[in-house]
Design a binder for this molecule. Structure first.
Ligand code: SME
Length: 156
């Protein structure tokens, strides 16, 4: 794929995901390195949606370790079952948090994060990483995000 991302303007969130999906698919198609592909996916989604923070945490041993991301610096290590990320790893399913202050055990990497979605990335049904997206506003994520972010993670 070329180096330019086409980002349609003034379209719905769903239309934006629909337009981006084939571009992201092409972006990762010729590269087998997971880190390289994670890096480009976070960059593309940050550019398209202007998310406050987006990034991957990879399962390494008994921790989630910070991977490619876009946004402010973040905590580097999260234990199994801890925070939204560790809970997503444990439950192996997407978690949407409309208000982080109401999620017991939420890990505040930034005091500006108000809502969050975390999607598991699986290989042979085992969680190998999670994709975490944070917003500085409440209620930013819904089933449209979970549907498309899960599809995007499945590209990796
Ligand atoms: N809030 C996450 C931690 C990661 S940062 O938001 C980047 C959590 O509770 O797992």
């Amino acid at each position: 794929m070329g180096e330019n991302l086409y980002i349609p303007e003034e379209v719905s969130k769903e239309e934006l995901y629909k337009s981006l999906y084939p571009q992201l698919k092409a972006l990762v198609a010729d590269e087998s390195d997971l880190i390289a592909n994670m890096a480009n996916i976070t960059s593309a989604l940050k550019e398209a949606f202007d998310f406050f923070w987006i990034g991957f945490y990879r399962v390494i041993g008994d921790r989630l370790v910070l991977g490619p991301f876009q946004g402010p610096i973040a905590c580097t290590s999260i234990a199994f079952g801890k925070g939204v990320c560790g809970s997503t790893w444990k439950e192996a399913k997407t978690i949407i948090v409309p208000d982080v202050d109401r999620f017991p055990g939420h890990i505040a990497c930034s005091s500006q994060s108000r809502s969050e979605i975390v999607v598991p990335l699986k290989h042979n049904d085992i969680v190998v990483a999670v994709l975490d997206v944070d917003s500085n506003q409440l209620n930013s994520f819904d089933e449209i995000d979970s549907y498309w972010l899960e599809k995007i993670c499945a590209l990796l």
